[in-house]
Design a protein around this ligand. Structure first.
Ligand code: DAH
Length: 381
């Protein structure tokens, strides 16, 4: 092949390759390159109108690279045929081939970058978001007033060295009644109308069952100091002061030498922490089968300070809990020898405390999930 023959062949390869590259650009919707020295127009059949998706452009570009720069390309074949040339011509032809290859490689790089930028621009345009749209606001929750009271009471007793325990809402007759000295057919059972699940299982009517469970767990260690908050159930008709489900906090302190004065001191500290430093408590004799002696415990009316008002029914006192010295039968029944150990227990009605603290006059308000009530607790804790 003559020298011009080589040149012509290379020029043709170059022209065809650049035209094919242009066709890819056009199909991707880009303007045709105005290459002044381009000799032949884009070959027919390679110009497809309309925009091809970006992935098509990438694939076509890959195929182009294989066809024009790959091992089986016309350019590589020219190199392979160089062996048949007179040795003195080889460097010139080789240089020419390299020149064309370099130009094609550069053209390839340019189009590849263009395609990439175009794809990026398209994605940015498609994914534009309108930042002026008002956002969706997240409703802020609030701690329920009953849980706030529980948290506060827990905090007070943690400070006095008590631990916190939680029990099951489904309880056995034995723990809920028998071991608390309330045998079957005992009239005290009538005080707590019960939801029975079976002969032996029930929804606990009070958190006092946790006294037994805690002592069983701790035995034979002393002291036992525990606070057990939780939900309890009774077959009561719901009204302004009764709910079939409500919350209690049980307290228990068992050790050697625990006395009634310890109970009173503890409850006084509790009342002061909860209702203010001027509080005093009053113990009135009462009856619970699992304590002896038993007491109902009042605080000075937090509305009138003791002078008498509607809230305290003009008595100046408000009942907040039941308490007493743990009955020897209960201690012995669970393995704490009552000749050595003594203790006190108390049970607080959480709703009652919350109603007093927050001035709520209907217990049902805690369970109706009225946002107007709950929102008032959204601010601080
Ligand atoms: N469990 C009793 C009730 O639900 C409340 C109570 C009274 C608990 C005296 C006690 C206590 O621990 O000592 O009515």
């Amino acid at each position: 092949m003559t020298d011009t023959g080589w040149q012509q062949q290379l020029r043709q390869i170059r022209t065809e390759a650049l035209a094919a590259l242009d066709a890819i650009r056009q199909r991707a919707g880009m303007a045709v390159t105005s290459a002044p020295e381009r000799e032949t127009p884009t070959p027919p059949g390679q110009q497809v109108p309309g925009h091809a998706p970006a992935a098509d452009g990438d694939r076509a570009l890959d195929e182009w690279r294989v066809a024009y720069l790959g091992k089986k390309s016309a350019l590589s074949q020219v190199l392979r045929q160089m062996g048949g040339l007179p040795p003195e011509e080889r460097p010139r032809v080789g240089a020419l081939v390299n020149e064309v290859r370099a130009e094609l490689e550069q053209a390839y790089e340019t189009v590849r970058r263009e395609l990439h930028e175009q794809a990026l621009a398209r994605r940015l345009a498609e994914e534009t978001i309108d930042v002026t749209l008002p956002g969706r606001s997240h409703a802020r929750g609030a701690i329920h007033p009953l849980l706030r009271v529980i948290a506060e009471v827990e905090e007070i007793f943690l400070g006095m060295g008590y631990e916190i325990a939680e029990g099951n809402e489904v309880e056995t007759d034995e723990y809920n009644f028998e071991m608390l000295n309330i045998p079957k057919d005992h009239p005290a059972r009538d005080m707590q109308d019960t939801f029975y699940l079976s002969e032996e299982l029930l929804l606990r009517t009070h958190t006092s069952a946790m006294q037994i469970r805690t002592m069983e767990r701790m035995r034979p260690h002393a002291p036992v100091k525990v606070i057990a908050p939780g939900r309890v159930y009774r077959r009561d008709e719901d009204d302004a002061t009764h709910s079939h489900a409500f919350m209690q906090i049980e307290g228990l302190y068992v050790d050697e030498g625990v006395r009634m004065s310890d109970l009173k001191g503890t409850l006084e500290a509790f009342a002061r922490a909860l209702f203010g430093p001027d509080q005093t408590v009053r113990l009135r004799p009462s009856f619970f089968p699992f304590t002896e002696p038993s007491a109902e415990v009042d605080v000075r009316c937090i509305h009138c300070g003791g002078s008498g008002c509607r809230v305290c029914k003009e008595t100046g006192w408000i009942e907040i809990l039941g308490a007493g010295m743990v009955h020897p039968k209960v201690l012995d029944g669970v393995g704490y020898d009552s000749r050595r150990f003594s203790g006190f227990a108390f049970g607080v009605g959480v709703e009652r405390i919350a109603m007093l603290k927050y001035g709520i006059d209907d217990i049902r308000a805690f369970y109706q999930n009225d946002l107007r009530l709950l929102r008032q607790f959204a601010r601080a804790l």
